[in-house]
Every structure is written in C-alpha cells, then in structure tokens.
Design a protein around this ligand. Sequence first.
Ligand code: MV4
Length: 448
Amino acid sequence: MFDKVLIANRGEIALRIHRACRELGIHTVAVHSTADAEAMHVRLADESVCIGPPDARSSYLNIPAIIAAAQISGAEAIHPGYGFLAENAEFAAIVEEHKFAFIGPSPEHIRLMGDKIAARRRAAELGLPLIPGSEGPVADEAAALREARGIGFPVLLKAAAGGGGRGMKRVEREEDLPAALTAARAESRAAFGNDAIYLEKYLTGPRHIELQVLGDGHGKMVHLGERDCSLQRRHQKVIEEAPSPALNATERAALADLVMPALRALRYRGAGTVEFLYQDGRFFFIEMNTRLQVEHPVTEAVTGIDIVREQIRIAAGAPFVLKQQDIRFHGHAIECRINAEHPETFAPAPGRVSEYHPPGGPGVRIDSALYAGCRVPPYYDSLIGKLIVHGQSRNECLMRLRRALEEYVIGGIDTNIPLHLALSGTRAFVDGDYHVRWLEDYLAGRQP
Ligand code: MV4
C-alpha cells in the first residue's frame, strides 16, 4: 500500500479522499491555491503545498506545479478527485511518466471516453445499445439532413468533444437543421477546439440512469448498482438517488447484463460510471465517466462499500477481492447537492460562513469542507456540501431527508437548502415520477 498520497483537488472531495487515505494508514498531501490557504482540506492533511494563485488554471489545473508538489513531498500516488484534472488523459499520462501511480483509469481509457464519438463507436462494438443516430460525425449539411430524415425529427445535435450536455442543439423541423448545424459547429469549435458534430434521435422524456463499476484492469469487474440522476438543472445534477425508483428487478438485472461483459472486454481499471438514458423500458448508452463522481456516496450508502478506498487499493495493485455475489444492496439513499447560491435566481453566493450546524442522527451523512468562520471563495464551483440520507425504504429516506434539511444551518451565505426543502415535498419527486426535463419545467412554473 502507498505511504503517501497527494490529493489534487479541493473542497469536500479533497476531504473525502483524505478520510479514505487515513483509514488505510496513508499520509496525505494537500495542494491549494492562495485562496484556499485556510481551507479545511489543507488543515486536515498531513502536509500541504501552495500551487498557485486563485485562478484554477494557475493552481488546481497547473500540471507542472502539481507534479512538483508530489516530487518535493515524496508522494507515491496522485488522486485527482472529480472536475479539474480528473478526466485529463494527458495529466494521467504525465503522472505515470513521473513514476507516480494515478488513482484512476489508464490514460487510454480516459482518452477514449473523452471523445464522445469514439466512445459511442466502441460502446456499439461492445454490444451496448445506442440512441438511433449517425454512425460517426456528420460530414456536412446534406449528410446531416439524410441522417435526420432517416431517424425522424426531432433530432439532437451533439458535439463530439462535448459531454455533460455542452454543445447540444435540439432540432424540431427539417428547415431548422442547417442553421442549427452551423451554430453547433461554431460553439463546439469555440468551446473545445473541435467542430465534429453527430446526430441522434431526440428522446422527449428520458431518465438519466448510471451504473457504478469497479475494475482491476485485468478483467475482474463488479458493479455497485445504479443511480438515478434525472433531477438536473442546466446539466448540473441537483438530487441523486439509489436505487432508481423507475426500475424493477428485471430491468435492473438487464442493465448489469449489458454493461458488465462490455467493461470486462475493455479491461477497465478503477472506478467508472456508465451513463444511460432510459425511456419506455429501454436503456441507451450515452457516455462513460472515468472518474469518481460527486454522487458516489448514495452508492456507498446502499452497498456499504467505500468506493474511494477501493480506488486506492486498485491503484496500489492490492488483490481485487470484491465478488459480485457478495455485494448486497440495502435500502434507499438520496443525496442533495448543497450549493452556495441564491435559492431562486441561482446566482453564486460566495462569502463568509458565520454559523455552521450540520444535521446528524441515524442515516445521515454530510460530506462538506465547511466550518463556522470559513470563506467560500468566488473562484470555484458553488458546491459546498452534500447531504446524503439512507433509509430502509424510499419513504423512510424521504422523511429523513426532510428532517435533515430542516436541521441544516448555514449562516452568512445563501444556499439552495430552501429549494431542496421545496423539492422534497413535490408530488413528482415523492412519487419518483420524474425525467431529465422535469426540474427545469418545475422551476419555470414556480411562482416568482
Ligand atoms: C439526450 C437527450 C435526449 N435525446 N440525447 C444531456 C447530457 C448528455 N450527457 C446527454 N444529454 C441528453 N441527451 C437524446 N438523443 C436529453 C439529454 C438531456 C439530459 C440527459 C441527462 C440528464 C439531464 C439532461 C437534461 C437535458 C437533456
């Protein structure tokens, strides 16, 4: 096992990784920008290194500074967390070239899944079902028209380099296609330096269902069940749950039967998430995330497996002892992402936290780097914590969620806790009857 791990991240996830390390007897090295000198992840780590000014490009994305921090501290491995450099194949390769272990998948798998067209092609070869659409990028307007007529309108234009919903354009009618294609290409070129666009049938009311997997890189592979992440706003997840209220046991088994042979064939290493859209009883592969995800705790709650510990064990080459038949699923878990933002306008709300009182009690987990008196800097994303509740049934979980949200006190800054309280009482959420567009529709119809 490693003796020392560098955590190339900040906030709640840096803390989460620190906790897994300490429970494995591993010492930790935090890195931080000058804006985060007083941050909780720095205070808790055994050592810390300042890697640059507040701007993430100069600090948390600064590869030479992070490699230098690993060298001077004598770390043996680097955990990238999520966001920042977590899905940067170049970074993973540089880490390995410098003889550190990268706590994540191989650079090749990161690169493959980062190219959405290549990922789609490989998924099809591996037998995963795709949304009907173009086989690869569309060459020009004529090709796009041909494809769209073949599958029928509405269609969705997607950027090959996109993902997470960036660079998508919905096209309702044939006459709108040329302009939409031009716009999609321009946006994609500006955002990603790549103007390759592909086209799919537009699904009107799908759910986002993803399967958590862990692999040893040699073909041993387990899944930890699915999460339903359909409650999103502007492609940011707001609430996630496990298991999905939409699936029965047969559908759940069918999902695992699709994914597991494919990932075994890929010899995937580490933690990963295979994302699907689910509509009318069918799963369609959309993308694979080659990182630890924000919502991993709901899976930890229902399986009892520490996903970050397993990531570290895999990277250290420890024997892979997880067996699918030993993995049991218990009850239901829901996560609310707590953001520093105005609960109605969603304007970011950085500032000083004057009071901090997180909920506790049975079935409640808080992952947060907040403390009374801390500052939420304006330079990074607005996620300041995660409330995860676990119960024997979905109903127990919902009751627990409400009481935990009522207990949660974060003073001095705006948070979306009032939004979560409102959502936890809506009919659609209580019934588990929602799809990926439901939250935006709900927010649009809310009284001002
Ligand atoms: C779609 C879709 C409907 N039809 N593809 C958005 C993120 C990206 N990973 C895939 N996304 C979607 N792809 C087809 N053919 C609707 C979405 C979508 C969505 C997906 C998952 C979670 C939230 C979403 C919100 C809006 C649209």
